[in-house]
Design a protein around this ligand. Structure first.
Ligand code: MEV
Length: 339
């Protein structure tokens, strides 16, 4: 006997430390109150139905060529890719409960897919939790995080546990690579952290950007290594500022972190314009977040002016706060009628 269950799992941003974390420096991640929702309803014919109604796209870019042709690029591929996480998550959830029962899944997202907000991890976490709960079973969060990380590794070939940890547990997490493992320490903020997230279509993948930084490091170690180490120092200072609730210092450190990421070559002109527009409109600090190459930036601000300034540059905007609970079942009576 099964039920109709709706689950939500949060996305995340990286406040400090992206790229440097690949070389053993710490990073600080924050789960945000923007969610992937998965509703699961058991079917009695054993089939799987997937209805991905609202996987927001990071954007549409249109170019008009000299000969008048119009070329449109969408992130449609990102939606298809999100569905491969759903498929693998279902297989892993079926192994966990020890049986294969058909379900209808309804998947919605408040975040753009493929923009660096951890949507694929949130999809994996929410799909596993919804399936397990719809069949009347329980799963503890450590096991949920482990299985969702396995989904990411199986689909991508390799993955850090950061995004699946954030989507499962929520909160603020200080990530410290230690040899082959990663230590994750929960951090208690001294104040509320108001964020505006701006996003644009991505022009490069995380894999390409990480490889590009590695090439730079290998060819100019004396120049690049100090930059990476300084990003590590910024993350440690950023954690202290966060614990003390010193938003001004947090903002200043974000600005410096962005400058260093730009110097590594992972920003884009549009991301830079959004970052500077946010500061001119009164944000305490702003930086790209995630791998760069388009995708997302964050501004430390609760001002509508900052949102408008980012939109004027052509970015789409989400305003976000901390999610401190992570993945959970929600009481959403309206959804079951949709599937
Ligand atoms: C991407 O969100 C963060 C990077 O540091 C890559 C990684 O840590 O795997 C760029």
């Amino acid at each position: 006997m099964g039920y109709v269950v709706t689950v939500k799992a949060p996305g995340k941003v990286i406040l400090y430390g992206e790229h440097a974390v690949v070389y053993g420096e710490p990073a600080l991640a924050m789960a945000v109150n923007k969610y992937v929702y998965v509703t699961a309803k058991v079917r009695d014919d054993g089939k799987i139905g997937i209805n991905a109604m609202d996987l927001k796209l990071a954007g549409l870019s249109v170019t008009i060529l000299e000969n008048g042709d119009i070329v449109a690029r969408t992130d449609y591929g990102a939606v298809i890719s999100a569905l491969s996480y759903v498929k693998r998550a279902l297989e892993i959830a079926m192994e966990y409960v020890g049986k294969r029962v058909g379900v209808d899944l309804l998947i919605r997202s408040e975040m753009p897919v493929g923009a660096g907000l951890g949507t694929s991890a949130a999809v994996a976490v929410a799909t596993i939790l919804a399936y397990v709960k719809a069949l009347g079973y329980d799963i503890d969060k450590r096991e949920l995080a482990r299985l969702a990380w396995q989904v990411e590794k199986d689909v991508q070939g390799a993955a850090s546990p950061t995004d699946t940890t954030m989507a499962t547990f929520g909160g603020l997490i200080y990530i410290k690579p230690e040899g082959n493992s990663v230590i994750m320490e929960p951090v208690k903020p001294g104040t509320e952290i108001p964020l505006v997230i701006g996003y644009t279509p991505r022009v490069s993948t995380t894999k390409e950007l990480v490889a590009m930084v590695r090439r730079k490091l290998e060819s100019m170690r004396d120049v690049i290594e100090p930059i990476i180490k300084t990003i590590g120092v910024i993350t440690r200072r950023g954690r202290e500022a966060l614990e003390k609730g010193d938003l001004e210092l947090m903002g200043t450190l974000m600005n410096i972190n962005h400058g260093l990421l730009d110097s590594l070559g992972v920003s884009t002109r549009q991301l830079n314009e959004m970052v500077y527009a946010a500061r001119s409109a009164g944000a305490l600090g702003s930086k790209l977040t995630g791998a760069g190459g388009g995708g997302c930036m964050i501004a430390l601000s609760d001002k509508v002016d900052v949102e408008r300034a980012i939109e004027l540059i052509g970015g789409s905007v989400l305003s976000a706060r901390l999610d401190s609970e992570g993945a959970r079942v929600i009481d959403d009576k309206s959804l079951p009628t949709l599937i």
